[in-house]
Write a protein that binds this ligand. Structure first.
Ligand SMILES: Nc1ncnc2c1ncn2[C@@H]1O[C@H](COP(=O)(O)OP(=O)(O)OP(=O)(O)O)[C@@H](O)[C@H]1O
Length: 362
């Protein structure tokens, strides 16, 4: 449905997108995930024909975006990060205007617009000026605009930025619903958003695709490893000797433990290997009892943090192969998300205040 081939975008000497290739199949919700500045908006703008690439090709349903733009653009509805709204129009006027621009037949417009306004829940504000709408409603109008003409592909650039938590949930539900009838690509730097909404995730870092798979598989496949955490009673040297004798262990680390006379051990094995029983027998045989054993699979957050960490490329490659949980960073990320949501609430309330003032002035 969408083929992106060897896309490169340079801004002067800066390469924002570097040899990016991927394919998007029909009927799925794809998440384009990456930290700020990773190149998401640039890629979205190229896929939708708003920006020309320095190199590479974009095919939409077989139509080259830059050789047959009209045919290719008909297949796409786009909600950019900054929705192109006309503040002096009402949603109804604006959607009529968009329908005209998109070449929707005149007699089909009223029903299509009413249906889309119903789906995006903006019927109750359809006759108010867009300038007087809150950010959440403006975003819905932007989404409604993308749906005009019922294009098979909907592309949404950071669709929940600046919304309050309740609106975020509503927009996410709406996106999930869109996924039943359209192929959806959404860009986001919020992990929870992508794992909550998307069937498939593409992680982009410094303009390059570093991983792509289902949210579940990403945790397993990128790493291809299981991690076991043990507390073992015994001397470090003895524990080391036992572990060195077990062939299926890929890597291990021994740390000091807060439990007296014990060491903490982190063991990595290949994904399909379950060493728990063997470990129990080995350590019991050597009279080093295992007091605690936990198996931990990597979460999508761990994968994301490792793959997009600011580090040289060789290090990033190494990180793909070898990862340990980074709980501290995970907590920082959660805090960052909370701060962002908080900012969203403030922005939303500022919008509502302006709206209220305008109502009073009227
Ligand atoms: N018009 C431009 N001129 C110069 N550099 C640009 C331009 N647009 C983007 N960039 C740079 O290209 C890189 C990728 O930017 P882009 O906006 O695509 O990233 P992003 O992943 O969408 O980030 P964000 O979530 O912050 O929007 C960044 O380093 C950015 O500073």
């Amino acid at each position: 449905m969408i083929e992106v081939k060897n896309l490169v975008k340079r801004y002067g000497g800066h390469t924002a997108v570097n040899d990016l290739s991927f394919e998007v199949e029909e009927g799925q919700i794809y998440g384009f995930l990456g930290p700020n500045g990773a190149g998401k908006s640039t890629t979205m703008n190229i896929i939708t024909g708003y920006l020309a690439p320095s190199e590479g090709q974009v095919l939409i349903n077989g139509h080259d975006m830059f050789e047959e733009p009209e045919e290719a653009k008909k297949c796409i509805g786009y909600l950019p990060e900054q929705p192109p709204l006309y503040m002096d129009m009402t949603p109804l006027e604006y959607l009529n205007f968009c329908a005209e621009l998109k070449g929707v037949e005149k007699e089909k417009r009223p029903e299509m617009i009413r249906e889309i306004m119903g789906r995006t829940k903006i019927l109750d504000v359809k006759d108010r000026l867009i300038r007087n709408l809150s950010k959440g409603y403006r975003q819905r109008v932007g989404l409604a605009q993308a749906l005009i003409g019922y294009p098979p592909v909907i592309i949404l650039d950071e669709p929940t930025v600046g919304l309050d938590p309740k609106q975020i949930i509503e927009i996410r539900d709406l996106i999930k619903d869109l996924g039943k009838h359209h192929t959806v690509i959404l860009s986001s730097h919020i992990l929870s958003e992508v794992s909550a909404v998307c069937d498939f995730v593409m992680i982009i870092s410094r303009g390059e695709l570093v991983a792509s798979d289902t949210p579940d598989n990403l945790s397993k496949l990128v790493l291809g490893s299981n991690v076991l955490e043990l507390t073992v009673k015994g001397a470090k040297e003895k524990v080391e000797q036992i572990l060195k004798g077990m062939e299926q262990i890929r890597e291990f680390e021994i740390h000091s433990s807060t439990t007296p006379d014990c060491v903490a051990v982190t063991i990595k094995t290949n994904e399909m290997v379950d060493l728990r029983e063997d470990l129990s027998y080995e350590f019991a045989g050597e009279r080093c009892p295992i007091l605690e054993m936990k198996q931990s699979n990597m979460s999508l957050e761990d994968v994301f943090l490792e793959l997009t960490a600011e580090q040289p490329k060789a290090e990033a490659e190494k990180a793909k192969r070898s990862l340990f949980r980074r709980r501290k960073k995970k907590e920082e990320l959660t805090i960052a998300e909370e701060v962002e949501q908080e900012a969203g609430i403030r922005e939303e309330s500022a919008d509502s205040e302006t709206e209220q003032k305008q109502e009073v002035e009227k």
